[in-house]
Structure formats: structure tokens, C-alpha cells
Write a new protein. Sequence first.
Length: 271
Amino acid sequence: MYRMLHEHYPYAHCELDFENPLQLLVATVLSAQTTDVMVNKVTPQLFARYPDAAALAGADRDEMETLLKPTGFFRAKTNSVMKLGAELVERFDGEVPPRMKDLVTLPGVGRKTANVALGNAFGIPGITVDTHFGRLVRRFGWTTEDDPVKVEHAVGALIPRKEWTMLSHVLIFHGRRTCHAKKPACGACPIARLCPSYGIGETDPVKADKLLKFELAPGATNPYAASTPVLPGSPTAGASAPAGQGAVPPATAGAPSQPRGIPTSTGATAS
């Protein structure tokens, strides 16, 4: 199931914009209860005004609250970001530590946020159990656990560690684009024949296509598509991965009769 989804979304990646570990950590904290799109609208101005941990720690609270207001819960988020900056300065010389045990001690940072930072800023594999990931792995029958930490460990036992970061991207992409919470597009799902939850959503292919979101939506332009020719029956063929992401050959029309094994991404792994 993962291999087929990986082929369907060869360009899956972290959808938060960032240039360094601090920016990604802050952006992930801000993404709670809002969308990555909204966070990406806010962070350019935020990071231009407060470019490092010391600047975040010494920010004018009213000014930061105004900047963060579009993301919701802006007072709490302002408090977390300012405290985060202060803790980084005081304990880590203003740098984001590349260790789970240190990250989870920081204000506003839990295992999910830590795994986002580790996997995408440091190349250290981690499983990001957000609402999409948790929903999908339970629908897939990979686990019955509800607790995010238990989900992380259960799924981690099924998938090679080097794939954990890409696995997170692929499942989150699928959850946002196809396997929606309320009305999944079962009839347009690349793993329909393997999914034990097939049928909980729209199974008619034509109607299901209309439920697809973002670059998969009918008539939408895939922003990740390269200028290379597209293989017949493969909407993601020719897609190129963003910097740092390992693309794999796209799926062609029709699912293969036998799985070919889990793909190998080119992302860095921990030593």
C-alpha cells in the first residue's frame, strides 16, 4: 500500500515553507489548528522581522500577536514562540537541537512537531502522526491505536526506519487530497483494491474524481510536474521532487498484480 501511494505522490514533501531548522520548528508550532497554506502566508513577514531565536525571545508581544492573528489562537502561539526562542537561547546557544529528547522539552513542541523538524530539517527519520496520518493508518488496518505515540510505534514496526519521513509525507498528502475525513474519494484511490475501508466514501469513479483536492482536482495544474512527457494513464508521471526529496518512478495505468516491495527514498538517515 505504501509503495503504491509513494508512486502516486512521488513529489510528496513537507508543505511548510522554511529555510532553516528554526523556521521549520516555529512554522510547525504555528500550524496547530490551522492550515499550512495559512502558516506560509504569515511566516515570511514573521521571519523577516524576527530572524533568529534571540529576536523571537525579545519580540514585542503585541506586534507578534498581530502577525500571528490569522493563524488562530494567536495569543497562545505568541507565548509559545517567544518562550521557544528564549529556551533555545538559554539552553542551546540559539540553535535547534537535532535530538528528540531535547526538542520535546521546548515550549509548544511535542513528538509530532519534533519529528517534523528531525525528518525535514536534519534528515533524521521520524513519523509525523497528525490527524491525517492517524485517520489513514486506522482505515488501512495498520493499527487500531488512537494514541499518537502508540500509532507512531505501531506503524514504525511495519515500515523500514529510512522510509519514516517520506511515509509521513505520502500519507498526509493522500489524506489531504483523496482520503478525506468526511467524504473519502474511494473510487479515485490508487490503493482501493487493498484497502479494508473501501466503500466508506464515494465509489463511483466519476463522482470520486470530483472530490479530489489540490493538484489532483479535475482541471487543476500540478505545480510539481516537470516538462518531461507524461506517460499514458499516469497523472503523476514526470513529476519531479522538490529539493531533498527522493522521487520514484510513477505508477502507470492499472495496479500491478504483485507488489514490488517498499520504495527506497534518497533522504538522509541518522548514523
